[in-house]
Design a protein around this ligand. Structure first.
Ligand code: ZN
Length: 98
């Protein structure tokens, strides 16, 4: 099994950038069909920090929540495990705007 290439975010240079290829694999396993509206080589957290990307990402996050409610808990758990840390970061960040 080949491992996917690690691409660091071009904005923070610390977190892994969102990878379309990884998302496609998740979708193939029954994951959410729509990837986040992020430019290449940017991580989710930096996307949420960008005023121009924030609204689109928040809408996407909402879609993701609606999707999760419609699917078996099994898939949701699988997906959340894969992206556990970025999602926690998003939750904290979104909460700070409520
Ligand atoms: Zn970043």
């Amino acid at each position: 099994m080949e491992s996917s290439k690690l691409i660091l975010c071009t904005r923070c240079g610390r977190r892994q950038a969102f990878a379309q290829g990884d998302w496609i694999r998740v979708a193939e396993k029954g994951g959410p069909p729509n990837p986040p509206p992020l430019p290449p080589s940017v991580c989710l957290e930096c996307g949420f920090k960008d005023p121009e990307l924030r609204e689109a990402l928040r809408a996407w996050n909402k879609e993701l929540g609606a999707w999760g409610e419609q699917r078996m808990q099994h898939y949701v758990r699988q997906f959340r495990e894969m992206v556990a840390r970025p999602l926690e970061a998003i939750d904290r960040f979104v909460d700070s705007f409520r």
